[in-house]
Design a protein around this ligand. Structure first.
Ligand code: NA7
Length: 542
């Protein structure tokens, strides 16, 4: 690969620039370079591959999807040779897997590490993009693919006084590579989303004291992680084609079937038995495999929510603590449902305390710790498990400029607008892998990523074979898709929670429900139809 141009030099010319070397960027590179024969370059802000699994090294970090389906399906050799050790892989294991993929397919030679893309500007005459990094490199490419991930712009809340804190503080999404020693420390953990729920039990086991600062109580179901036995691993490998097919044609990208039953059509005893069995089995099946109407009927949802609250009361010894932990202000599943290992049990430890920020909000961070309206909590360390500027944050922190010099930030000021989550009108030849308006975070990500990468690769092949210079979503198709995404989201309970799906976790962010709730099977079908009809809804430039 030719060296990239630097400021003052002519930009190096490529067919394709990919931003990010996580699950999406690695596969996009492989597909574009090795199957399409394109000259592709990847810019990656980190010093290594892995994306989410490179940055999120916090204690307890683990995938909530099972290893055998949270993995690539594009290479039969890869899926046969790789050995997962447990049902839910821990972060180091997934990172090793992605490093193996990078080596196996010789991907690193096209990746520029420690290179954060700062801007991408369209040349309207040629429909090429000029991409510039923080190191001053400048390249030009016909196609630009964003593989920046949905949850990569870390959100550290703007709490007054953080700069005065005498101790150390960390965000889980930017965890130090050499780890953090909690031994003998008084640790404060802010945030009880999926991350805080994974981290709390692990930190509690190491620290002198853990104080969990909870703003919104969360529903969580046991993961029931376990080693993957050789028998189970062999069974998976023998049936991989069917497993992959099942996942691709499912609602959420998981290879299990949704229930055909309503929570309201069975007797109370049957319902309880179903929830008990799935609670014992663990994982997302509790939501997706119990009853089909948990995300559409509040009455149905209440039955699951009340079951979980009952479990919290059973597990947590102190009834007052159990009451604070019991979620009531949003339906189960309307925020991303966590799964856990001993989360509620952690509150029975003598070195763990819980602070209810709804009753006593944080006023400031002092030199000593966190001061709420009720007390000052002395701390040596603060861990922010406060999530991400989801789905749009990583895209919008780059200055992306399309037609008429208009920036994506201006275009999306009132919320993201895309056609199929793949393209944005006014930004020809820019593709967004798992962009807003696609199933993305509501699905098993590798399934959605592979579908997008393959669709984009096919589209580029089509353009090149017909000698076209570019492709662009039409404003009409974009408008219709935005409306459709909003309309079907409105049929569900997702709007009943202040979640990051809506941008509600970031002060000032416009509230728009961003992912597509129609499911991966329906979505894939739509994308395939659009391509089959000559890229309906897109304008192709000669
Ligand atoms: P989430 O799911 O966004 O959770 C963040 C947590 O931090 C959540 O409990 C928030 O409370 C809390 N939070 C955010 N800002 C504040 C402030 N200012 N004060 C107190 N508490 C705050 O992020 P995660 O990292 O857990 O998970 C992200 C995704 O990664 C996850 O869904 C998986 O897909 C993997 P809130 O609920 O907003 O009241």
């Amino acid at each position: 690969m030719a060296a990239a141009g630097f400021a003052g030099e002519a930009p190096t010319q490529h067919d394709l620039v990919i931003i990010g070397a996580g699950f999406s960027g690695l596969y996009m590179l492989h597909r574009a370079r090795d199957l399409l024969g394109l000259d592709a370059v990847v810019f990656e802000a980190g010093a290594g591959v892995g994306g989410t699994w490179y940055w999120n090294r916090y204690p307890g970090a683990r995938c909530d999807s099972e290893s055998y389906y949270y993995s690539y399906s594009f290479s039969e050799e890869l899926e046969q040779e790789w050995e997962w050790t447990s049902k839910y892989p821990a972060q180091p294991e997934i990172l090793r897997y992605l490093e193996h993929v990078a080596d196996r397919f010789d991907l690193r030679r096209n990746i520029r590490f420690d290179s954060r893309v700062e801007s991408a500007v369209l040349d309207e005459d040629t429909l090429r993009w000029t991409v510039r990094t923080d190191g001053g490199e400048e390249v030009s490419a016909q196609f630009l693919v964003s593989a920046v991930g949905c949850l990569s712009a870390a959100n550290v809340p703007d709490i007054p006084g953080l700069d005065q804190f005498d101790g150390e503080w960390f965000h889980t999404g930017r965890w130090p590579h050499d780890g953090v020693d909690f031994g003998g420390k008084r640790v404060g953990l802010i945030g009880t989303g999926s991350t805080g729920i994974q981290a709390a039990p692990v930190i509690a086991a190491e620290a002198a004291h853990l104080t969990v600062f909870q703003r919104t109580p969360n529903y969580t179901v046991p993961a029931r992680n376990a080693p993957l036995t050789p028998e189970r691993a062999a069974e998976i490998k023998a049936t991989y084609p069917a497993i992959r097919e099942h996942a691709r044609n499912s609602y959420g990208g998981f290879p299990f079937d949704p229930s055909g039953r309503s929570a309201l059509e069975v007797t109370q005893d049957e319902r309880r038995a179903t929830y008990e069995a799935l609670w014992e089995e663990g994982g997302f099946k509790f939501l997706f495999g119990s009853f089909y109407d948990l995300l559409v009927s509040e009455e149905a949802n209440d039955t699951a929510a009340e079951f979980i609250r009952g479990k919290i009361r059973e597990v947590v010894a102190d009834p007052q603590v159990a009451e604070i932990l019991a979620p009531r202000d949003h339906p189960y599943g309307s925020k991303r449902p966590p799964i856990d290992t001993n989360y509620f049990e952690t509150f029975n430890r003598s070195n763990v305390s819980l602070v209810d920020l709804r009753a006593t909000p944080i006023e400031e961070i002092t030199a000593e710790g966190v001061r709420t309206t009720a007390a000052e909590h002395s701390l040596d360390m603060i861990v922010f498990a406060t999530g991400f500027d989801a789905m749009t944050g990583a895209l919008l922190r780059m200055d992306i400029r399309g037609r008429d010099g208009r920036s994506l930030r201006e275009k999306w000021a009132a919320g993201p607008r895309t056609y199929l989550g793949l393209q944005v009108a006014g930004f020809p030849n820019l593709f967004t892998i798992t962009g807003p308006g696609s199933p993305s975070v509501l699905s098993n990500m590798p399934v959605s990523i592979e579908q997008h990468v393959e669709w984009i690769a096919d589209c580029i092949t089509h353009l090149r074979s017909s000698g076209a210079a570019g492709i662009e979503a039409t404003p009409e198709a974009e408008e219709a898709w935005v409306e459709h995404v909003a309309e079907i989201a409105g049929l569900t309970l997702f709007s009943k929670a202040s979640s990051w799906y809506l941008g509600a976790n970031i002060p000032g962010k416009t509230r728009v429900f961003m992912p597509y709730v129609g499911g991966v099977a329906t979505y894939r079908q739509r994308c395939d139809e659009v391509a089959a009809q000559g890229y309906e809804g897109f304008a192709i430039s000669a």
